[in-house]
Structure formats: structure tokens, C-alpha cells
Design a binder for this molecule. Structure first.
Ligand code: GDP
Length: 448
């Protein structure tokens, strides 16, 4: 089975909008008409409900026209940013954390239609909480499908979490009561109850859930919904919230969702946040729902946030700011060059992450390995420079004698030294261009 790339279709649809702005100088009322139509179409095709699409498009248009020109930022980039921020807002802004009760155990009640991945989520969630050091117990409450109870027991064993079962003859609310007592006796931190899933919403299901909820008095009541069902998922969250009162949703099968309608609509339609998402069949495939990262993915701009977090482990913030200042004032010198090259070399472990960033997509794992290899070579030459030469690479561009001395002192060829000097100037220009601060720039020809 070929899985659809997450949000692939939506990403492609939105791309049309940016393309139309290529070559424009500013965003105007006129030139955003076409891109806005593309955005509208992309969202509708993503299965976002019409009222939500209308509000979204309006909000983006208002901002796009009112926005001032930012130096170095092109109109299409500016629109991407506005759409990004609106997407984040649409999905609820901040990550919505699970709530834990002050007195143990925290009770989490899971509900959902059949086949959405509810049983799997029970075990995934237990696994997730266990990794945070919390002891968990599962309660098997799907009494209509004996296979569901067996499945939960097997998954529980797999993740190493006890499962409370009472067969299929006992009422779910009674199972809930017994299970909760057991969890208290065992001093569990969290207890998660699985409930029966039906093919569609019916009164029996709702009544049963209400009863179970009354017995458990849960901290979290989470509805598990299938991302592939698009805006239907958002409607379900609304219905369950009205009927039994829920605290949030868990969106499963995001790995197979190329459209994104559910992820985009749930919060806006139901008022309830998506707290967690399932992105695969393995027990590890459950994670918090980060609206900002999700927006980044939808726009096809990679998971920039997690890149930044990881990059910060490599290069401290002040270094980065310092570097930026130097690049802007064209003072990027050999000291920075060394720092930068060392940082890139250390990024070896993050080649996977680098690939996620647009523009950085050009930095291939092979290039990072190359940087690691070159580092030693460069270090020896840079170490042979005087402090003055390191700070003023122009000195080296102008003087073949200096380059010759460095070659001799570091045991490298003059050609290698010249290459290094040329590389520094190329880097200055490239970085400036990358940042969109200056067009062009010049690379000096080394004098002989
Ligand atoms: P339930 O009827 O709601 O309890 O659903 P199950 O937990 O039995 O899951 C139904 C099917 O969906 C199973 O084959 C699961 O492996 C699969 N599934 C559950 N969550 C995910 C997910 O996040 N991604 C993918 N690709 N499959 C999932």
C-alpha cells in the first residue's frame, strides 16, 4: 500500500498561490485576488468546512493588504508567513497539554466510533505516559466485541502495562467502577478506559458513555477520530462534546491523510482542541499536537521549529546572533568561518533534520560529511594565520606572500590556501544572498 504523504495534497494546492506572486514587488488588493482563490480552493479540497474556509480567507486577505513591506522579504514569502500564522491560530495556537489530576489516579476516558484506532490509542497513550515515568493501567470496556478485549490485553502486554478486564457480561459502568478501585489499590498514576465503539452514533452509546463518565469522574474525556474522515471528524467532536462533554480529541491516521481537513477544522468547529495525534501503527506513533509545527508541515516548509531547537543544541543563541550581525556588516571573518564550519560538522547527527528545511534542502548529508572532512584541513590553515589576518581576510586576498607563509606553516599547498580564502568570500556573498539582504556582492580576485 502506498501511503499518502501527510498533507501532500494541501501543500501542493497552496503552492499555486505563492507561485502567482513571483516577481511582484508588494502585496496589493489586486495581486492577491488570484492567490486567495488558490488558497480557498486548496482548503475546500482539503475538506475544511466552508464557513471555516471563508473566515480563514478573510483573515488572511485583511492582513495581506494591510501589511507593510519588510526589507528583504518577498511578497510571496510574506503571504506564506501570514497563512502560516493564521493556520496556527486556526488549529488552536498553543499545544494543548494533557491535564493530570492532583490526586492520583488521573482518569482518562476514551471514546470513538469503531475502527478509528481507539484500542490502539489506549495502548499508545499508556506507552507514551509510561515513558514520562507515570504508572498506567488500562480498563477494557468494549464489551460488545470480545476481540477488542483480547486486543487490548495483547497490546497492554506489548507495552508492559496492566489491563483490567471483567469479560463481556458486566456493564461498562460496573467495569469502570471495579477498574478504578483496582487502580487506586495499585496506586496507579493514570488509568485509561477503553469504551465500546459503534459504527455510528446512537443513543445507546451516548447513554452508556454518560454512565461511565459519571462513575469515573475523569480528568480527560478524549474522543478518538480518524483524520481520513476530514470535516466529518470535526462534526463528530462537536456532537460528542454536546452530548457527553469532552475535553479534547485524539486524531489518528494522520500518516495517511493527504488532505488535512480534520486537523484544520476540529478546534474551529467544535471549540475543543486536538491534544494528541497518531501517525502510524507502531506503539511509538503518538505525539502531542503542535499547531505551529503542523502549519509548517502543511506549507511544505519542513519542521522548522524542531530544526531550530536542534540547531540550538549545536550553536548557542548568542553565536548565531553575533554571526548574523557580522554577515550583515560584511565582517564575517576566519574566526567565524571556523566556528561555522565546526558547527556544520557537528551537525552530522542532524542531517536528517536539515533535509526538512526548504533552501537548506540543498545541504545534503554528503556535504555535511565533506564539511567534517574539510574541517581538519581548514583548521590547520586558519591556525597558521595571525589574529589580524583572521579578522581581515582582505589581507590574504591582497598578499600572495602571506598565503605562501601560511601554506608553509600549515604544511599545505598555496593553492589550498587560496581556495580557502576564496571560499570565505564566496560564503560572505552566499550568506548575504540567502538572507535576502543584498543583491549580488563581489568576490575579489586574488592578486598574484
Ligand atoms: P478501534 O476499532 O477504534 O479500536 O480501532 P483499532 O485500534 O483496532 O485500529 C483499527 C486499525 O487502524 C488497526 O489496523 C490499527 O493498526 C490502525 N491504526 C490505528 N491508529 C493508526 C494510525 O495512527 N496510523 C495508521 N496508519 N493506522 C492506525
Amino acid at each position: 500500500v502506498v501511503r499518502a504523504e501527510m498533507f501532500g495534497q494541501l501543500t501542493g494546492g497552496l503552492e499555486a498561490a505563492w507561485t502567482k506572486l513571483k516577481g511582484e514587488e508588494v502585496l496589493t488588493k489586486e495581486n492577491i485576488v488570484e492567490p486567495m482563490r488558490d488558497i480557498r480552493r486548496a482548503l475546500l479540497e482539503a475538506d475544511v468546512s466552508l464557513p471555516v474556509v471563508r473566515r480563514f480567507v478573510q483573515a488572511v486577505s485583511d492582513q495581506a493588504v494591510g501589511v507593510g513591506l519588510i526589507r528583504g522579504v518577498k511578497p510571496d514569502q510574506q503571504l506564506v508567513k501570514i497563512v502560516h500564522d493564521e493556520l496556527v491560530k486556526l488549529m488552536g495556537g498553543e499545544v494543548s497539554e494533557l491535564v493530570f489530576s492532583k490526586s492520583a489516579p488521573t482518569v482518562i476516558l476514551l471514546a470513538g466510533l469503531q475502527g478509528v484506532g481507539k484500542t490502539t490509542v489506549c495502548a499508545k497513550l499508556a506507552n507514551y505516559l509510561k515513558k514520562q515515568g507515570k504508572s498506567c493501567m488500562l480498563i477494557a470496556g468494549d464489551v460488545y466485541r470480545p476481540a477488542a478485549i483480547d486486543q487490548l490485553v495483547i497490546l497492554g502486554e506489548q507495552v508492559g502495562v496492566p489491563v483490567y478486564t471483567a469479560g463481556t457480561e458486566v456493564k461498562p459502568s460496573e467495569i469502570a467502577k471495579q477498574g478504578l478501585e483496582e487502580a487506586k489499590k495499585k496506586k496507579m498514576d493514570v488509568v485509561i478506559m477503553d469504551t465500546a465503539g459503534r459504527l455510528q452514533i446512537d443513543k445507546g452509546m451516548m447513554d452508556e458513555l454518560k454512565e461511565v463518565k459519571k462513575v469515573l469522574n475523569p480528568t480527560e474525556v478524549l474522543l478518538v477520530v480518524d483524520a481520513m474522515t476530514g470535516q466529518e471528524a470535526a462534526a463528530l467532536v462537536t456532537t460528542f462534546n454536546v452530548e457527553i462533554g469532552i475535553t479534547g480529541a485524539i486524531l489518528t491516521k494522520l500518516d495517511g491523510d493527504s488532505r488535512g481537513g480534520a486537523a484544520l477544522s476540529v478546534k474551529e468547529v467544535s471549540g475543543k482542541p486536538i491534544k494528541l495525534v497518531g501517525r502510524g501503527e507502531r506503539m511509538e506513533d503518538l505525539e502531542p499536537f503542535y499547531p505551529d509545527r503542523m502549519a509548517g508541515r502543511i506549507l511544505g516548509m519542513g519542521d522548522v521549529l524542531s530544526f531550530v531547537e536542534k540547531a540550538q543544541e549545536v550553536m548557542r543563541q548568542e553565536d548565531a546572533e553575533e554571526l548574523q550581525k557580522k554577515i550583515m556588516s560584511a565582517k564575517f571573518d576566519f574566526n567565524d568561518f571556523l566556528k561555522q564550519t565546526r558547527a556544520v560538522a557537528r551537525m552530522g547527527s542532524m542531517t536528517r533534520v536539515i533535509g526538512m528545511i526548504p533552501g537548506m534542502g540543498k545541504v545534503t548529508p554528503a556535504q555535511v560529511r565533506e564539511a567534517e572532512k574539510n574541517l581538519k584541513l581548514m583548521e590547520s590553515m586558519i591556525e597558521a594565520m595571525t589574529p589580524e589576518e583572521r579578522e581581515k581576510p582582505e589581507l590574504l586576498a591582497e598578499s600572495p606572500q602571506r598565503r605562501k607563509r601560511i601554506a608553509q606553516d600549515s604544511g599545505k599547498t598555496e593553492q589550498q590556501v587560496s581556495q580557502l580564502v576564496a571560499q570565505l568570500f564566496q560564503m560572505r556573498v552566499r550568506m548575504k544572498n540567502l538572507m535576502g539582504i543584498m543583491e549580488g556582492g563581489s568576490i575579489p580576485t586574488l592578486s598574484n
